[in-house]
Write a protein that binds this ligand. Structure first.
Ligand code: MCA
Ligand code: AMP
Length: 502
């Protein structure tokens, strides 16, 4: 049997392939035939480049139906899709491209100059452009190709995607996900969340992370369901489109923003069957307010780039606020103490996971991969939590130094290294402090050399030119010394406490 994920989707396409698969906010319709033919054209183009088996196709483009089709074409042709956040700047892109060694890079037309320079310098052979308005060399070249393509035959373990994440420590690592990782998770979620005939997904998430690219899109593709595609989360657009949808997925910030609108109420949500939240902790207050205002209960679930989804509140049965729910069928999740023994009910420990959803390792980092697994094959998530008596998991914190801002991960160490390079800086500590919109706000605490006049704005401006905008601290504070414990380690808890209401 062909384990290629596209083959699975294709087997679930609706009988009527002229039905709508993707509808855009501008009112364009892409039928299932359109998606199949357009992905065939792109797959033929990629195949014609004679790429090696397992070649990476790195993509940094704005969201559009064509961007999703490019993802489908890549896996359909048997290559490995590597999505990159559009906010990444030159230093970040250079790292990913150099590390992943993609044979193909696809970027936005306006970025062709600097990205092609980085790509060609790293040995990439082909750079195409793809705009969010159906422009670019990728489509021009694909248009000349046949619109039928025999989906490549893939083994379950063959790679389908690489997602860069910083895991628990250090520089970004590419989490290698196989066709089986993705298909097993998609099939479980389709059943667990009771996708139904006639469901319509309102898709407002970006297409370069697990949540938007896999969890949301795969659900609709596997169910033969229409997606209403928004180029980005925009509160007014979501409110406009909700009455025609039945499923919505988002990070907690989306729900906070929706609740800030008085028109977001029971009537508007009358046709909605399911609201899913994930990628960051959903506050109890948001969970409660949402239920009161809409009469619907948000279903919170927990996932990672390395594992896709591992735990979810049930569709039927109690969805308990403040918890991420129960391990998904076929996925084994445990909470362990420092000595490796399993925690009892309500005992806090490290969350570990094993199952068909768990990735194949970090790209070209065998040693790092081995460190992140236990001897009996469980992956160490770096999250800390506890199970209650009913088997519901709560995430209490993280053992990894990670900030989640508006659903995007920010690794303090990376931001600190850019600040520490600046003239006049002795050292810095980057922390997350509570923020009403983003959940956590990136905040920098900096020690400068005596008599140095570096200002908060100067540091922010300098960082803006170097790293993705969501990583740039919202505030910078200056101190004489960073608090350290007897081992010399910076005590970030104390800083978080000191600056929490800043
Ligand atoms: C934008 N800005 C942010 C963020 N996004 N600041 C902090 N955190 C953010 N997440 C800043 C920009 O730097 C800019 O600042 C200003 O906000 C406006 O930018 P804009 O792009 O217009 O913002 P927005 O459209 O309002 O975006 C906010 C957003 C977006 C809608 C919350 O960040 C978003 O869609 N987040 C979802 C992320 C996601 O998909 N996560 C899933 C990861 P300035 O003007 O000063 O430059 S997958 C995952 O985590 C796992 C596996 C899982 O479980 O799902
Ligand atoms: P990523 O590296 O982007 O895959 O992010 C994965 C991390 O996001 C997890 O290890 C968790 O720390 C966090 N996360 C995902 N879903 C949730 C959730 N529902 N509640 C709290 N944290 C979450």
């Amino acid at each position: 049997m062909n384990a290629n994920l596209y083959a699975l989707f294709e087997s679930r396409f609706p009988e009527d392939r002229t039905a709508c698969c993707i509808e855009t906010h501008e009112g364009l319709y892409y039928s299932w035939n359109d998606v199949d033919r357009a992905s065939a054209k792109m797959a033929n183009l990629l195949k014609g480049l004679n790429l090696e088996k397992g070649a990476r196709v790195a993509v940094q483009v704005e969201k559009s139906p064509e961007a999703l089709i490019l993802y489908l074409a890549t896996i359909r042709a048997g290559y490995v899709y590597l999505p990159l956040n559009v906010a990444y700047r030159a230093a970040e892109m250079a790292y990913f491209i150099d590390n992943a060694q993609p044979e193909v890079v696809v970027c936005s037309p306006q970025n062709f100059g600097w990205i092609s320079q980085i790509a060609f310098a790293s040995g990439t052979k082909h750079v195409f452009t793809l705009g969010d308005d159906r422009t670019g060399s990728l489509l021009t070249r694909a248009a000349l190709q046949s619109n039928s393509f025999d989906t490549a035959v893939s083994a379950p373990d063959d790679l389908a995607a690489i997602l860069y994440t910083s895991g628990t420590t250090g520089r970004s690592k590419g989490a290698m996900l196989s066709h089986e990782n993705l298909s097993s998770n998609a099939l479980v979620l389709q059943e667990y969340w009771r996708w139904q005939p006639g469901d319509v997904l309102l898709h407002a998430l970006p297409l370069f992370h697990v949540h938007g690219l896999f969890v949301a899109s795969h659900g609709a593709l596997l169910n033969g369901s229409k997606m209403i595609f928004l180029p980005r989360f925009d509160t007014a657009e979501v409110l406009r489109c909700l009455p025609r949808a039945s499923v919505f997925m988002g990070v907690p910030t989306y729900y906070v923003r929706l609740l800030a609108e008085p028109s977001f109420d029971k009537e508007l949500c009358a046709g909605m069957r399911l609201f899913v939240s994930g990628s960051a902790p959903l506050l109890m207050d948001t969970f409660d307010q949402f239920r009161e205002r809409t009469g619907r209960t948000i279903l919170e679930r927990y996932g990672m780039s390395e594992t896709t989804m591992l735990v979810s509140n049930p569709y039927e049965g109690d969805r308990i606020g403040g918890t991420v729910g129960l391990p998904l069928p076929g996925v084994s999740v445990r909470v362990v103490k420092g000595d490796g023994t399993t925690c009892g009910v309500d005992e806090v420990g490290d969350i570990q996971v094993k199952g068909p959803n768990v990735f194949r390792g970090y790209w070209r980092m065998a040693e790092k991969t081995a460190e992140e697994f236990t001897q009996d094959g469980y992956f160490k998530t770096g999250d800390v939590g506890k199970f209650d008596a009913r088997g519901y998991l709560s995430i209490i914190g993280r053992s990894k130094d990670l900030i989640i801002s508006g659903g995007y991960n920010v690794y303090p160490k990376e931001v600190e290294s850019f600040i520490d390079e600046m003239d006049g800086v002795v050292e810095s500590a980057v922390i997350g402090v509570p923020h009403p919109d983003f959940g956590e706000a990136v905040t920098a605490v900096v020690v400068t050399k005596t008599d140095n006049a570096l200002t908060e704005q100067e540091i922010i401006d300098e960082l803006r030119s170097k790293i993705a905008n969501f990583k740039v601290p919202k505030r910078v504070f200056f101190v004489h010394d960073l608090p350290r414990n007897t081992m010399g380690k910076v005590q970030k808890n104390m800083l978080r406490d000191q600056f929490k209401s800043s």
